[in-house]
Design a protein around this ligand. Structure first.
Ligand SMILES: C[S@@+](CC[C@H](N)C(=O)[O-])C[C@H]1O[C@@H](n2cnc3c(N)ncnc32)[C@H](O)[C@@H]1O
Length: 386
């Protein structure tokens, strides 16, 4: 993962920056939770400099939206901002992702975003705090920060990525699948859960060392409502089922070897709210302040209608084709690096073309396409007993 995995870099048509509007909706939906966590830090901890880290920040508008929302929130006065405080609070942001993330894209656009956020705040009579932004490359499954140094961790749409393909998941155990599909044996689903439990528990332990006592976390994770990981996985499972199907088409055409498919598994797990709650409780390190479930619907249908709307000849078929293409582009922006390192770059265009075609063919209810469940948790570190 640390060597190969990255979203599609840059800001071209195929980039993550241009194909991440669903993830953006999660940042917008969870903004009130982030705002409450920030106000909690300000009132309870009253730091002179608040340290905030965004883990799995990626690059593009979503990264910058989070930075901008925090600046706006911290520009608002709170009751404890009284005269006894000598100087304004400052903010230190750390933007974390794996080393091959496009940090340059973030830093190239940062100044402009900072300026427009400050301008918006000033227009509304708010005074933005001095703020500083740094990159922090590295896996969030390792230590990233000094002990007791961070006030708020934020992570959106990143923690469903595992540190590795589940341990003990050997070739041929999940034949014909690349993730948890309907024909996946229960043992394989259990190995996925085991790996998620191991990774998420480790993540909580590491972050709690780095958080100041009573520090906060807001974690938003792509997940599922249902306890059944095989049949209740929703959009995650169905998209990967369709990608397996596309790979099988390429096998039938002699473009990919069966053995390659049987030895590939996506290092991703969408947990249920109960699984998450249980892991937080087992850690005994954090209290759950709030947990919310959001059903997010991507704007893929509207985007596709707009794209083809300009053509007089637009029919339902052309709209459906555009939906297939756009869903493929969203998934490709996130997963291409993993497919390319296992199957080779040469099949990538065809893989996602076949996938887009299959999506188009199977569009029974386009309005529902692209809707996913995300679980957002607001956590507070317990104060260690002396
Ligand atoms: C789907 S993107 C989400 C990006 C952004 N937070 C957003 O909401 O648009 C997931 C990000 O998590 C990062 N990621 C996955 N595993 C990671 C790890 N172990 N450590 C740090 N970042 C990781 C990926 O590189 C990717 O940029």
């Amino acid at each position: 993962m640390e060597r190969d995995f990255h979203m599609i870099n840059g800001d071209g048509d195929k980039s993550y920056a241009k194909n991440s509007s669903l993830q953006r909706k999660a940042i917008i939906a969870t903004q009130p939770m982030v705002e409450k966590a920030i106000q909690g830090v300000r009132t309870e901890l009253q730091p002179q400099s608040m340290v905030i880290a965004d883990l799995g920040c990626s690059s593009g508008v979503n990264t910058l939206l989070f930075v901008s929302e925090v600046i706006t929130t911290t520009s608002k006065k709170i009751p404890t901002d009284n005269k006894t405080r000598k100087s304004t609070m400052e903010i230190q942001f750390f933007l974390n992702d794996l080393p091959s993330n496009d940090f340059n894209l973030i830093f190239r656009s940062l100044e402009q975003v900072k300026q427009s956020t400050v301008q918006n705040c000033t227009n509304r009579g708010l005074q933005p705090p001095p703020h500083y932004v740094a990159g922090m490359p590295g896996s969030f499954y390792t230590r990233l920060f000094p002990c007791n140094s961070v006030h708020l961790f934020h992570s959106s749409f990143s923690l469903m990525w595992l540190s590795q393909v589940p341990e003990h998941l050997d070739n041929n155990m999940n034949k014909d699948n690349i993730h948890i599909g309907v024909s996946t044996p229960p043992l394989v689903a259990k190995l996925y859960l085991d790996q998620f439990e191991k990774d998420f528990s480790r993540f909580l332990q590491l972050r709690c060392k780095e958080l100041v006592p009573s520090g906060r976390m807001v974690l938003t994770i792509l997940g599922r409502k249902n306890s059944d990981a095989i049949h209740g996985g929703g959009a995650i499972n169905s998209n990967f089922e369709m990608l397996s199907q596309a790979l099988r088409t390429l096998i039938a055409e002699g473009r990919v070897e069966q053995e390659k498919l049987d030895s590939f598994n996506m290092p991703l797990y969408g947990p249920s709210p109960d699984e998450l709650k249980q892991l937080v409780q087992q850690s005994q390190l954090l209290d759950i302040v709030d947990i919310e479930l959001f059903d997010l619907t991507s704007d893929v249908v509207e985007k596709s209608k707009l794209e083809v709307g300009a053509t007089a000849a637009a029919t339902q078929d052309t709209v459906h084709e555009a939906i297939g293409r756009n869903i493929a582009a969203t998934l490709r922006a996130v997963t291409e690096s993993l497919f390319a390192s296992h199957f080779g770059q040469s099949i990538i265009d065809d893989l996602f073309t076949v996938f887009a075609h299959n999506v188009t063919q199977q569009l029974e209810s386009p309005e529902k396409k692209g809707s996913v469940t995300v679980i957002s948790m607001s956590l507070q570190a317990k104060v260690p007993k002396r």
